[in-house]
Write a protein that binds this ligand. Sequence first.
Ligand code: C2E
Ligand code: SIN
Ligand code: SIN
Ligand code: FE
Ligand code: FE
Length: 401
Amino acid sequence: MLTEKEKLEGLVNLGVELNHLKDLDILMERILREARRFVNADAGSIYLRDGEKLIFSYTQNDSLERKLPPGAKLIYSTFTLPIGHDSVAGFCAAAGEVLNIPDVYNLAGRAPYSFGRRFDEKTGYRSRSMLAVPLITVRNELIGVLQIINAQDDSLRIVPFTAMDEKIMLHFAATAAVALDRARLTRNIILRTIRMAGMRDPKETGAHVNRVAAYAVEIYDRWAVMKGVPRAEIEAKRDVLRMAAMVHDVGKVAISDSILKKPGKLTPEEYEIMKQHTVFGADLFRDKRSEFDDAAEDVSLNHHECWDGSGYPGILDDNGKRIRGRKGEEISLFGRIVAICDVYDALVSRRVYKEAWEESKALQIMREGSGKQFDPELIDAFFDSLDSIRQVRERYPELCD
Ligand code: C2E
Ligand code: SIN
Ligand code: SIN
Ligand code: FE
Ligand code: FE
């Protein structure tokens, strides 16, 4: 457990650290981990606001995670709650104040809200003490609710949260809200840029790029842990990878609609033009200075290379003519990862030129591509992450007309 002094020092440093992280998903992970560490809590969830609803967006649970096989992640379903009186999180959001509840199964008789046991019923977990904190930005906008569950004493017995915990979480929530707000803005700017480029049906684009980006992080995590990559490096890289993966296809802006939106198969000439999207995309980020720009250039350029050297654009001569394809580890790690994510998502989704495939058929293509189109180690990481990947599809579904 942290001492009070450590907690205060932690809070002071936190704002700086959180602002270095930019991606929303990764930020939620970090915020929840830190929040739980401060008050020694077993579990917690983050709800993000969408209009008048709260979306259950992220959760951690030490007890449940300990029961998983090594490397496996907790799988949960997202759900929404109305802001209002029906739930703890909904009430916390509506009232804009902290709720400190000793036992959510034994609410005081006059509590104006009730605790929804959906998550507990699915998982067999017993939520007891709970601190629900509204996430409110400096502009006084509610962006979500932080729910911290089951405070533990030194011998890991579940105890109520203290008044001090409440105060600490209020400070914490203020910092977290600013960082989340900024991350949401960054993600929205990326999405809006992609949409503005008008590359494809705007209904499809956001979901596709969020999915590809989220799969990429899952695969990278699996692979990196297996390789013994230090935690700090994993943390730093997954953030840039996620954002770079979102823009893997921005080079398609330079491709004419008659090719891009062609409802049928491309001719060989059209396909040659299409292949240029990798180089066009990379050009957009060249000569820029941030780690994000470097990663975005890398992913644009390398996401259609194949492990066996048969991909594109390959290594070009001074006139831009292809000499040969990049092969094996000549292809950047991020490129090899996004290649897998992009093809899997293209196969299981509807495209202007194809129907969505059954997942089993897509997985067969992925398996067959191991060592040919795809890096075999990363394909193993892909299959090992399949539960998480399916969960991503559930979080970012294709929108219907
Ligand atoms: P995309 O739709 O995002 O597809 C990405 C990659 O997924 C494709 O890269 C390919 O490797 C894989 N993929 C997609 N559909 C299939 C499929 O039915 N079978 C198999 N085995 N793999 C599939 P690729 O081929 O280099 O294409 C790059 C982009 O070019 C595609 O991105 C899409 O925007 C466009 N494109 C490719 N073929 C066609 C086509 O026949 N018609 C149209 N309109 N566009 C196409
Ligand atoms: C978002 O990504 O916009 C929040 C919802 C989610 O992460 O599921
Ligand atoms: C993008 O990936 O940047 C846009 C969506 C697509 O065309 O694949
Ligand atoms: Fe592409
Ligand atoms: Fe794509």
